[in-house]
Structure formats: C-alpha cells, structure tokens
Design a protein around this ligand. Structure first.
Ligand code: NDP
Length: 342
C-alpha cells in the first residue's frame, strides 16, 4: 500500500480527498541492484506541497524535490528495515535511513538514497525520520549557527515556533545564550514554548491584529535575528523591526505555499539602510557540519537540555491527514507517521 496524489495541487491548501491509497504487489526477484525496505517511520514535511504543484521553482533545484506526479509513489525521508537486498552494502535486517516512500515498503534501485543507521543508544528511531536527528534538526542547527551567526545576548524571533524546525531553533538559541521569542497558532502551542521549551516569550499570532505593533511590543529594542519559517506578512513585519546588521534565515514560507496572493513584499529600502542580510538555505547545505550537529544534539537530548516533541500517527492510511494537518496548524512538533511496529 502506498499514497499517491489524484491531481496536481496548485496554490491552495491540500485536503484528504487529494490523495488515494494505491496497492501493488512487489516482486522480490530482481536482476537489478535493489534494496527492499520495510518502512518503519516516514517523515511528513510542508515542502512536499511545492512538489505537488504544476510548476514550482523547487522542482528544478534538487533531485529529491522533483515534481510529484499523480499515481507516482511519493518519496520522503524515513527509517526502515531491509527485507531483501542485491546491493553489496546492505543486507537483510539492516536498519536504514534516507529517501523512502509514503507507503508500507520502499523499493530503492541502486540503494543510492540510503544510509545504514547506527542509532544512538536510548533515543527513539523516529528521531531520524526527518526529525531532531534528521533534516529538521540539521536545518535548525545549520540555519541558526551558520546562517544567523548568532552572538550571545542577541534577540531572536522564530515563527512556526512549535513546529519541527522552529522548536529546535528556539532551543539551540536559548542554549547558546540568546533571548528568544516564538510565534505559534494556538494557546496550547504558546504555553508549550514558554513552559516546556524554555522560550523567553511567545505569542499567538492568530490573536494579533497588527503584527508590526506586536513585534514592537515583544522586541522594544529590535530583532537581531529572524528565523523565518512562514514568509508572507510576518516576514514584512520582522523586517520593519530588525536592527542594523540583522540577519534573516529564510528557511521556509509556509504561508505562501498554498496561497499565491500571500507573497511577501519586504521593504527593501529598510533592508538596504539597515544592512540586513537575508539568506535562503537548504538542509543539504550543512552536510559538512553533520557530525558536529549529531554529537551536539545527541548530548543535549541525553542530558535533558533539549526536548524533541513529536506528533506521531499510525499506519499508511493516516498519511494524508498528517500532511494536510501541517497546513491547518494541527501538528505540534515533528510530524511523523509510524507505518508499522517491528
Ligand atoms: P512544522 O512542524 O512547523 O508544521 C507547519 C506549521 O506551520 C503548522 O503547524 C502551523 O503552525 C504553521 N503554519 C501552517 N500554515 C501557516 C500559515 N498560513 N501561516 C503561518 N503559519 C502556518 O513544519 P516544519 O518545521 O517541518 O517546517 C517549517 C518551515 O520550514 C516550513 O516552511 C518548511 O517548508 C521549512 N523547511 C525548510 C527546510 C530547508 O531546508 N530550508 C527544511 C525543513 C523545513 P501554527 O499553528 O503555528 O500556525
């Protein structure tokens, strides 16, 4: 069983009815080099919506952001167990991570998107499925330290702060010694940020009528670093409130993914005179610091300095709802689907 889209989803929020469950019998007899993987956890990520559109610049940039076509299995980060392999580097029973499929099994020709997984003791396997020890973690770590180049005491603003990337950015920033404010879409999320994740402050952006004055209230001395997960009017208001030589980490623009009318129009004159640096990046840009990221993050998790909140649902059938819930703001923390218990 695997998930496919019925049609392209262009500039609107996705619905469960956009997806179908397809079934196919896999033959384990293959004369090619193939790794057959039983999927354990698959990652559910907002960027997939850009792959489901008829046109999106993301589709041309990287092989794993290529267009997703109706009827085609949807590749996504995950963790699985090898059930059969004709590849010399993988054998039956190996635990692997890499690009799997939104389904029960993944058939990986050439095995090129897989890596053997050597899980750190006592940390859940799900953490490697795009989560705190996967792409969200690397995005937060690399985005904050390499792109934002923080200094202790600087004032940091993070949007979608209770989500997979945002919650980690805020925690790295606090552990580093910054002052951190997050925005999120419900009281429950705001309470989590302040009470469990150690943010200095947080607000529910859905209750604010004028985001510009909200940011003035939370940052009376201005913002030094804005970690942008949402784009749109939040980016415009953050630019208004940035300090001289501020940095904007352009990580994601989820408010724009499903609505073409929401595209941010930041005040470029302010950007120039305040010498603001706005830099886009992808998690794959940080492979050279991957080892450092894993060592540091595992230490923070094992010593209880950092929390990894997960939003886990069960079974292939739950994938469409898990995905559309990202755009409804229904998830808290990293969205993962557990396909099966071992
Ligand atoms: P999240 O876990 O943060 O889930 C998405 C969250 O976004 C929702 O829970 C919701 O929270 C918020 N949201 C949804 N729609 C809107 C909207 N219209 N306006 C404002 N907020 C909205 O997802 P991730 O942490 O995985 O991803 C966060 C961002 O980072 C995304 O934009 C994603 O594309 C990007 N990203 C970029 C990567 C890179 O390599 N550059 C890698 C991974 C992610 P709320 O209730 O607070 O509104």
């Amino acid at each position: 069983k695997y998930i496919t889209i019925k049609n392209r989803i262009d500039h609107r929020a996705p619905n469960e009815s956009d997806f179908i469950i397809s079934e196919e019998t896999i033959s384990l007899n293959h004369d090619k080099v193939v790794v057959f993987v039983k999927n354990l956890y698959v990652s559910i990520d907002p960027y997939q919506i850009n792959r489901m559109k008829t046109h999106s610049c993301s589709q041309q940039i990287l092989p794993n952001t290529a267009a997703i076509l109706p009827g085609q299995a949807i590749d996504a980060g995950g963790v699985g167990r090898v059930v059969k392999s004709t590849h010399p580097d993988f054998k039956t029973g190996d635990l692997v991570t890499g690009l799997l499929h939104w389904g029960e099994y993944s058939v990986i020709e050439g095995g090129r998107t897989l890596e053997k997984l050597d899980p750190k003791l006592d940390l859940p396997l799900s953490y490697y499925a795009g989560g705190v020890l996967g792409s969200s973690g690397l995005t937060a770590y690399g985005g904050f330290f390499e792109i934002c180049k923080p200094k202790k005491g600087e004032k940091v603003f993070v949007t979608a702060a209770s989500g997979s990337v945002g919650m980690l950015v805020g925690q790295y920033a606090k552990l580093f010694g910054c002052y951190v404010v997050g925005s999120a879409g419900s009281k429950q999320k705001v309470d989590l940020l302040k009470e469990k994740l150690g943010f200095d402050d947080a607000f529910n952006y859905k209750e604010e009528t004028d985001i510009n004055s909200t940011l003035q209230r939370y940052f009376p001395n201005g913002i030094d670093i804005y970690f942008d997960n949402v784009g749109g009017e939040m980016l415009e208001a953050a630019i208004e409130n940035m300090n001289i030589f501020g940095r904007v980490a352009a990580c994601g623009a989820i408010s724009e993914y499903t609505d073409n009318m929401k595209k941010a129009k930041p005040d470029m004159i302010a950007v120039i005179y305040k010498r603001i640096k706005i830099e886009g990046f992808l998690s794959v840009d940080f492979m050279d610091i991957h080892e450092d990221f894993i060592t540091t993050t595992v230490h923070h998790l094992q010593t209880g300095k950092m929390q990894a909140i997960e939003d886990i649902s069960y079974g292939v059938e739950s994938i469409p709802t898990a995905f559309v819930d990202l755009f409804r703001g229904n998830n808290i923390g990293k969205t993962v689907v557990q396909i099966t218990k071992e």
